[in-house]
Design a protein around this ligand. Structure first.
Ligand code: G3H
Ligand code: 13P
Ligand code: ZN
Length: 349
């Protein structure tokens, strides 16, 4: 199947009442792990690359790896998504490269650290929407700001400093025409999200539900959604790592989100932990080994296991064959003739 738009994947997910994991990649092994998990569980999938990933892997390598995935797994719908685009130019370059979806994260300035004013966010996001939709490409925007900065993107501090204001979410959706809306409900990027199992005082599921009630047809996105399982932390620490005790977003909270309009769930850290634990184990147990395949293979398998587990938990498993690809050119026509209208349905408070 050719790469498809994320909008198609999310519209289908909304019809089926499930969520779709969006997994970050930086190299071939991570793409292979996701595709094997998708095949194993018969899942549609979103593969996403941050600006850092594009720089690390180089655009052309990344793009051709994605084409290889589409060629090798014709039965799997795959959307290729720019994660946390920091400017119009970043999103434009992603679209020129062949990404089928972009996130314009206008909640932060181009430095990826400083929160913006609401109007600035609306303005840059609206510009990206106009450019992307003319080309059939999906746009995710963000209102409210995530916490954490350890992985290079975020405002720092706790996830509670800039949670989403529901009135602003409504106005933002109306004025920008985004296809999907990332909201801030207390999560942050990276491993150190919560210092104990999160309850409603730090993970604002009530706020998510309120936003969903106000915007019942809008595809919501949860960032910072790794669950940071203790088993993965333990493997890293057992083989010489030094992770402090920490908690992520419990899967049951994500499942509650999915029941309330969440269609895209961003996961990177869990896979990083799985890979690192597997590599550490090989090098710790067999210090004489130096063939990268000896540790890259178990690392890839460990990531595949995490991704396949999440695909089942998010409900996307079994849905790969539900539909066939709509081309990006067709999507562009849909935006132009209004069949893919992004005017949100707004319900009263
Ligand atoms: O945005 C967060 C993702 O985990 C990507 O992280 O910017 O270090 O590639 P990164
Ligand atoms: P995690 O750090 O929780 O995996 O979040 C990833 C993310 O939100 C990527 O945009
Ligand atoms: Zn994110």
């Amino acid at each position: 199947m050719p790469l498809v738009s994320m909008r198609q994947l999310l519209d289908e997910a909304a019809k089926g009442g499930y969520g779709v994991g969006a997994f970050n990649v930086n190299n071939m092994e991570q793409i292979q792990a996701i595709m094997e998990a998708a095949q194993q569980t018969k899942s549609p999938v979103i593969i996403q690359a941050s600006r850092g990933a594009r720089q690390y892997a180089q655009d052309r390598y990344l793009y051709h790896l994605m084409l290889a995935a589409a060629e090798l797994y014709p039965e799997i719908p795959i959307a290729m998504h720019q994660d946390h685009g920091n400017s119009f130019e970043t999103c434009k370059s992603a679209i020129e490269l062949g990404f089928t979806s972009v996130m314009m994260d206008g909640s932060l300035k181009a430095d990826g650290k400083t929160p913006t004013e609401f109007e600035e966010n609306v303005e840059v996001t609206r510009r990206v929407v106009e450019y992307a939709h003319e080309r059939g490409v999906t746009v995710e925007g963000e209102i409210g700001v995530l916490g954490g900065i350890e992985d290079g993107h975020g405002a720092g501090g706790s996830g509670l400093e800039h949670v989403t204001d529901p009135d602003q979410a409504v106005e933002f959706a109306e004025r920008t025409g985004v296809d999907a809306l990332a909201i801030a409900i207390g999560t942050s990027h990276g491993a150190y999200k919560f210092s104990k199992k999160p309850d409603g005082s730090v993970l604002k599921m009530d706020l998510l539900i309120e936003i969903h009630n106000r915007l019942p047809k809008t595809h919501l996105v949860m960032h910072g959604s790794s669950s940071v399982p203790k088993e993965l932390q333990d493997i890293v620490n057992q083989y010489g790592g030094h992770l402090k005790e920490t908690w992520g977003v419990p899967v049951e909270e994500i499942q509650l989100g999915i029941k309330n309009g969440v269609r895209k769930i961003n996961v990177d850290t869990d896979n990083r932990l799985a890979i690192t634990g597997a590599i550490r184990k090989v090098l710790w147990e067999s210090p004489e080994k130096f063939d990268p395949r000896d540790y890259n293979k178990p690392a890839r398998e460990a990531m595949q296991k995490v991704v396949a587990t999440r695909m089942v938990q998010f409900g996307q498993a079994g849905h790969a064959g539900d539909y066939s690809a709509v081309s990006i050119a067709e999507q562009a026509k849909g935006y132009a003739n209004g069949t893919l209208s992004t005017a949100p349905l707004v319900s009263a408070k």
